[in-house]
Design a protein around this ligand. Sequence first.
Ligand code: NDP
Ligand code: MG
Length: 473
Amino acid sequence: MTKTVLKKQSQFRSQHVFHKGFSDSVPPQNLRQARFSGPVDRRQTINRVAEATPPRDANVGAGLWATLAATVSSLPLSKRIAILGSTGSIGCAAVDVIEHLGPPYRAVALSGHSNCDALIAQAKKLRPEIVAVTAECDRAAIEDQLHHLGCETFFGPTALTEIATHPDVDAVLSAVVGAAGLPAAIATVRAGKPLLLANKESLVVAGEILMREAHITAAPILPVDSEHSAVFQAMQSGRRNEIRRVILTASGGPFRNWPADKIESATPADALKHPVWQMGSKITIDSATMFNKAAEILEAIWLFGLEPQQVEVVIHPESVVHSMVEFCDGSTIAQLSPPNMRLPIQYAMTYPERCGGCGPRLDLTKSFSLNFQPPDFERFPALRIAFDVARRGGTLGAVMNAANEVAVEAFLRGRTSFGSIARTVEETIARHTIVQKPALSDLLAADHWARAEAAKLLTDAAETEKLTGATAK
Ligand code: NDP
Ligand code: MG
């Protein structure tokens, strides 16, 4: 296995932390109330976007629009930003964007998991007020290195919720990988603060609860994921009740043109070679299986208050059109830019304003083509699984996510085949007894159960493979 593969594997260690990170409630002094004192013209723009006939549950189904209408005047205060997962791919890009934007934007808090050297280097450069390490580490050694910077330090899985509720933090950018990001996402919205969300797993696991909590405190959830940022931008061309469907684009990943039998036995090195995006190991594998798009289907449904049949996926290998919204009159609005996460990160930070960007721009003086093709649900069962999960709801999102996290980690460690990732997720889902309208405790239980069940399935599959191999010899 190559050095790159090993390095990337070490970045993905989100298992079980999800269960440790919850605190029961947010101290009242840290709750920030929505304000209505912002400039009138800005409020009018957003109110037009937010105008809606709420579908399904009025609190949850109105998605992003319900909270943005109420809080837009508080958004320009989102300058003191906490970057959770600052040592990762999105975290590092977010640091670049903050440096590009300059004051008054500041990274006031940074968190890393296992990559303490990178975290300390970031802290020395950015001088944040708070630094947190979530994995087991040598606390004294880290405090020693940060002492002269005057940083407040937090350690362990609860560190992220402590940052989210810290009075010095205006807004939280969650760039943590996996369900481990959920407690801090919930703490952020409970505290009434803008949540700049890259960690899509939070919505996959607990979309209904997260959106409901955000609605209660009027905390905006701003998408960082490029497809959802594109949808958010395109949606501003009309009213929410004029939207017919949302079309999420997908690059197709490294196995877009591979036959099914070759995909089945792809290696971690094959799967980590994404043709377009440089990302963390978990999302790169998810792009190869298309569980990333599966997660994004659920992310879009919760974030924008859509019905599952309003979301479609199209393969677009160039990743220039980041997604589209089709309105009732047949007009389809797309957002285009070169594939670079700095733009959606910056838009989430500066919304509702736009500032000069630090990423590349489209060069339309050179000829290029944009291609679109329908996805293959047979070679990439993750898409079919996602629509099934979206329709059946309840605890299934948590189960799909947990089983996938376990299977991806096993694959990266060379303990299972690429093909078994989707099989493990599907079989875990098939064995699950759904709890409808789940409370957070039901989701935690489902997550816990699915991790154990998926691990058992993977062990059984490995045993069978060993036996089959032995018989074949
Ligand atoms: P990376 O693996 O590059 O970074 C993950 C970050 O989370 C690192 O800072 C890592 O710390 C930290 N981390 C890992 N495990 C835990 C844990 N258990 N508890 C707390 N922190 C942890 O991932 P990406 O930046 O690629 O992705 C981050 C999130 O953003 C994911 O949800 C992904 O789906 C989403 N996303 C990513 C995109 C991309 O282009 N990369 C695009 C759109 C969404 P350390 O490195 O110190 O161990
Ligand atoms: Mg995406």
